[in-house]
Design a protein around this ligand. Structure first.
Ligand code: ACO
Length: 464
């Protein structure tokens, strides 16, 4: 069971059992998704009645396929699955994905146990049952039956809910968050969250790991995997409330468990718990594109005093601090502000601030050794100049040299509604972590702070 998942995510040959000519069937969509992937591998449709499906030679059984099969995708009714699993074991198949539903999620543990027993005699890995499969965007392989192609990036996602997994693809695309791999774990008969965290921790395409979970089967293994992982692990754990836990039981047939215990255990292991999926993507965007914060002292720059206060409150509520400016930084910023205002933290650049005030004050905060991260906030205050803000924010956030020099993260808060929409899209498409809310920005900065703390702990442990 501790086998690496390399041939699972990068198979050289895939068979689809239950492939069909009928375009409304899941076996048809599964085969088609593989064929339309820009991925080089052998593909074998399996259907006892057909000679060819979608232009590809069809085999009656797995046994008839010449040579080795790295991955078998199964989309036949549940009662036929044990027989297919026996054939897989006989054929020495390395990995299977059981898409079929009708197992423990509807209370049929007997059928699932039967599959487990069959597979125990081999080294075969099983994803599911009751899963959508996976999409490996980094290698252009779609091993799922569902629509949706993620933008390429460094976030790898694990979802216990198939439908939410699909939703996450669209949410990620909409938020311009790039994905490396997204996988639905279904009933977790074999391949579990901990196996995937272990795999993603060594996967060069993955920089950040995100999970949606309803229940954990092996708590100790899960926590150990997070602890051993040297990448940020973001966890959305559903079933926080009593009613949510009841809904969990009827969705995947699993027990949500004590929410407080989960929360404490995830934190202790070094994972970051997210309230919901939007927060997960907010944090992922920051973690994938910005350096971690070396401490919790944040500098805020804004053209609107009110927004600065909201950000201060949100940061303080999340364990960050907004320290007073050092005399040196005060003097630097004082030179660029109009005569009537004096610098503070939050630094209020006032409503007519343009490119230079933003850029120069951000630089002053980055140079201050008492500041670990900077939030640049803009509010559409009537006569604001959004194009100039965009230019300044893009320059500040994307200038790699600046990061190398100061190793401090910069996030943006942008409140301007429809009139700012195109500019915000430009910024998101450029990978700039920008949020339309003070709370969301503060939570993303908290993730960067927690990641900085995790790295420090890891270094300390390595030193002994
Ligand atoms: N070997 C190969 N093919 C076989 C075999 C066999 N031993 N026996 C039957 N088949 C063929 C069938 O003849 C059929 O092909 P055909 O269309 O040419 O006749 C094909 O396999 C499929 O079998 P059907 O009986 O037609 O089953 P159907 O496609 O209707 O349903 C399915 C199968 C999709 C697995 C269904 O039982 C099921 O579980 N659906 C739910 C799947 C699901 O939602 N999973 C969770 C995903 S997560 C999420 O929510 C997104």
């Amino acid at each position: 069971m501790s086998q690496k998942l390399e041939t699972f995510f990068k198979p050289k040959s895939i068979a689809v059992v239950g492939a069909s000519k009928n375009s409304t069937k899941i076996g048809h969509a599964t085969l088609k998704n593989i064929l339309i992937s820009d991925y080089d591998c052998k593909v074998y449709p399996i259907n006892p009645k057909e000679k060819e499906i979608l232009g590809v030679k069809c085999y009656k059984t797995l046994n008839d396929v010449p040579g080795k099969i790295d991955l078998v995708m199964v989309s036949v009714p549940a009662k036929i699955v044990p027989q297919i699993m026996r054939e897989c074991v006989q054929k020495k198949v390395e990995n299977t994905i059981i898409i079929s539903s009708g197992f423990s999620e509807i209370g049929d543990h007997k059928l699932e146990d039967e599959i487990k027993k069959i597979a125990e005699k081999s080294n075969m890995r099983i994803l599911g049952p009751n899963t959508m499969g996976y999409k490996n965007a980094s290698d252009n392989l779609d091993a799922s039956f569902v629509f949706g192609v993620p933008r390429k990036g460094n976030l790898s996602l694990i979802s216990q809910s198939g439908a939410l997994g699909i939703g996450m693809i669209y949410l990620a695309n909409n938020e311009y968050v790039g994905v490396s791999k997204i996988i639905g774990v279904g009933n977790k008969l074999d391949i579990d969250d901990d196996d995937l965290i272990d795999y993603f921790s060594t996967d060069p395409e993955t920089k950040v790991i995100g999970l949606y979970i309803e229940a954990i089967k092996d708590g100790r293994a899960f926590m150990n995997s997070i602890k051993a992982c040297d990448k940020p692990v973001l966890v959305v754990k559903a079933g926080r409330s009593a009613a949510g836990a009841r809904a969990t039981a009827s969705h995947t047939g699993s027990m949500a468990g004590s929410d407080k215990i989960y929360g404490a255990a995830i934190r202790q292991a070094g994972g970051i718990r997210c309230r919901d999926l939007v927060e997960l993507f907010d944090m992922a965007r920051a973690l994938a594109g910005q350096p971690p914060a070396q401490g919790n002292r944040i500098g805020i720059i804004t053209n609107g005093g009110g927004l600065g206060i909201l950000l201060t409150d949100a940061c303080e509520a999340n364990g960050l601090t907004i320290p007073k400016l050092s005399q040196k930084t005060y003097n630097k910023i004082d030179k660029i502000l109009p005569d009537l205002i004096r610098p503070n933290n939050p630094v209020d650049l006032v409503g007519d601030a343009g490119f230079y005030r933003y850029e120069a004050s951000t630089r002053a905060l980055l140079e201050d050794p008492n500041i670990d991260g900077v939030i640049v906030a803009s509010v559409h205050g009537g006569y604001a100049r959004p194009r100039e803000f965009t230019g300044a924010i893009l320059k500040m956030i994307r200038e790699r040299k600046l990061h190398e020099e100061f190793k401090k993260p910069i996030l943006g808060t942008w409140i301007g509604g429809k009139e700012f929409e195109d500019l915000v899209l430009d910024l998101k498409a450029a990978g700039v972590p920008i949020y339309p809310s003070s709370w969301r920005t503060a939570r993303a900065m908290t993730a960067l702070y927690l990641e900085g703390e995790r790295i420090k702990r890891e270094r300390k442990q390595k030193r002994g």
